[in-house]
Design a protein around this ligand. Structure first.
Ligand SMILES: [Zn+2]
Length: 396
C-alpha cells in the first residue's frame, strides 16, 4: 500500500516537474526536458503523454535538427485551463477568467454599493457563479485578493473593516458552494505575486510592493516567497501613524499614513481646497468639487496643475517616510508602487525615491529603485491567478 502511494506521488511529482519545465521554456523537445530535469527519457515520455491526454501540453512544430530527425517541440496549451481571479476592491468586486499566462479572457465586475456582511458575501458568490458559467474550459480554482487582515493558511478573513467581516471562513464557504480549490490572501500580498509572475519581477528574488489606493498596504517578497509574518499581517503599513494627532482614521487612530497618502485623502484635500483655488487645470476639468475623482486629479497633473502636483508630491513624501525604514530593515532593491495612486507616475514616484535617497545610508539607497507597476488595475486579479498557478499547478 505504502509503496503504491509513494510510486503515485513520485509520478505526480515528475509530471509536475515536466509541466513546469515546458511552461518555463516556452518551446522545448522531450530530450531537452530530460536534460533539464535529469529525469530518464522514458519517464519524461510517460509524463508528456499524460499531459497531452489532459490537454495541458501539445506537440507543436519541429526544432532545429542536430544531425538526424528534427525533434518535435512541446508547449503548454495556455488556454487549456482557466483560473478565476477575484479582487474584492472597495467600490466593486471584480473578477476574471485568466489563462495560464495571465491573459484575461473574460471580466466581470459587480457594484457593492455600501453592502457588507452577508450581503457582500452573496455578491462574491454571484460573481464566481457567473464566471464559472461563462467558462468553456476546465477551471483550476478560485484565487481571491481581499483588503484587510487574513489568515491565508486557513483561508479566514480575520478583519476586513469596510466589509464588516470578522473571522469569516471565506475559503471553506467558497469551496463548499463552488466545489473548486480556493486560495485567499491580502490584496497587497497578492499584488506582489502578480509582479513576480506576470510583471517586471520575473527575474528578481526580493520585492516590496506597495499598493496605494483607497487603502494602503505592502506585500513583501523574500527569496521569491511572499512573507506573511507571524499574524499574516506583514505589510500592514497603512495604519502607521506619521502625523501624531492628525486626522481621524477609519481604524480609530489619528494621523495614519492612509489619512495622508490614499486616494481618498487626496480627493478630500482637493475638495477642501476648492474655494481657494485660482483658475487652474483642475478648475477647467470639473465644475464642482463633488466631481473630483482620482482620475480627474491625474488629468490635472498631466495638464500642469501645480497645486495638485504639490499635493501628490506631499503624499509621496509621507509614503517615503514609511518605505525608507523598510528599505533599511530589509535591504531590498526593488520597490514597486501599484494601485490607483500609481497612475500619477513620476509625480508620485520621484518624491518617494528622493525621500528614500535622502533618509538612508547612501550605499543602500544607491541600489534601491522605486518604480510604478505596469500591471494597472488588473494587478490583484492577476495576483490571485498567480496564487493558483503556484499553489495548484506548481507552475511558478
Ligand atoms: Zn488607521
Amino acid at each position: 500500500m505504502l509503496q503504491k502511494a509513494t510510486r503515485r506521488q513520485s509520478k505526480d511529482h515528475n509530471k509536475g516537474l515536466v509541466l513546469r519545465t515546458v511552461y518555463q521554456a516556452g518551446w522545448i523537445s522531450r530530450a531537452d526536458v530530460a536534460r533539464a530535469t535529469t529525469l530518464a527519457r522514458p519517464t519524461v515520455s510517460t509524463a508528456v503523454a499524460e499531459l497531452i491526454d489532459q490537454g495541458l501540453v501539445t506537440e507543436s512544430g519541429l526544432g532545429p535538427s542536430v544531425g538526424g530527425k528534427p525533434p518535435i517541440l512541446l508547449r503548454v496549451e495556455d488556454d487549456s485551463r482557466y483560473m478565476i481571479g477575484v479582487d474584492l476592491a472597495e467600490s466593486e468586486f471584480r473578477g476574471a477568467l485568466v489563462n495560464l499566462r495571465g491573459a484575461i479572457r473574460r471580466r466581470l465586475s459587480l457594484p457593492i454599493h455600501e453592502l457588507d456582511g452577508e450581503a457582500a458575501l452573496s455578491v462574491v458568490h454571484r460573481l464566481i457563479s457567473e464566471l464559472v458559467q461563462a467558462s468553456d474550459r476546465p477551471i483550476v480554482g478560485i484565487g481571491i485578493g481581499t483588503p484587510g487582515l487574513m489568515d491565508s493558511r486557513r483561508g479566514v478573513v480575520r478583519n476586513a473593516v469596510n466589509l464588516n467581516w470578522r473571522d469569516l471562513p471565506l475559503g471553506d464557504m467558497l469551496e463548499t458552494r463552488h466545489r473548486l480549490p480556493v486560495y485567499i490572501a491580502n490584496d497587497s500580498q497578492v499584488a506582489s505575486l502578480a509582479e513576480l509572475t506576470f510583471g517586471n519581477g520575473q527575474n528578481i528574488a526580493n520585492l516590496i510592493m506597495v499598493k496605494v489606493g483607497r487603502g494602503i498596504g505592502a506585500g513583501i517578497v523574500l527569496d521569491r516567497r511572499p512573507f506573511y509574518g507571524d499574524d499574516s499581517g506583514a505589510g500592514e503599513i497603512g495604519h502607521i501613524v506619521v502625523e501624531s494627532g492628525g486626522r481621524l482614521c477609519r481604524c480609530g487612530n489619528r494621523g495614519c499614513l492612509e489619512t495622508l497618502a490614499s486616494t481618498r485623502s487626496l480627493v478630500q484635500r482637493a475638495q477642501s481646497m476648492w474655494e481657494d483655488t485660482r483658475p487652474s487645470a483642475l478648475r477647467n476639468l470639473v465644475a464642482s468639487p463633488d466631481d473630483i475623482t482620482t482620475g480627474v486629479l491625474v488629468q490635472a497633473v498631466e495638464a500642469g496643475d501645480e497645486a495638485v502636483r504639490a499635493m501628490v508630491a506631499e503624499a509621496g513624501g509621507y509614503l517615503g517616510q514609511v518605505i525608507t525604514p523598510l528599505v533599511a530593515g530589509l535591504n531590498i532593491h526593488h520597490i514597486v508602487i501599484a494601485g490607483s495612486m500609481a497612475r500619477f507616475g513620476k509625480a508620485l514616484i520621484q518624491p518617494i525615491q528622493e525621500h528614500v535617497n535622502s533618509h538612508s545610508l547612501r550605499t543602500l539607497a544607491e541600489n534601491t529603485h522605486v518604480e510604478a507597476s505596469q500591471l494597472g488595475q488588473d494587478i490583484v486579479i492577476l495576483g490571485a491567478a498567480a496564487l493558483l498557478l503556484s499553489q495548484e499547478l506548481q507552475l511558478s
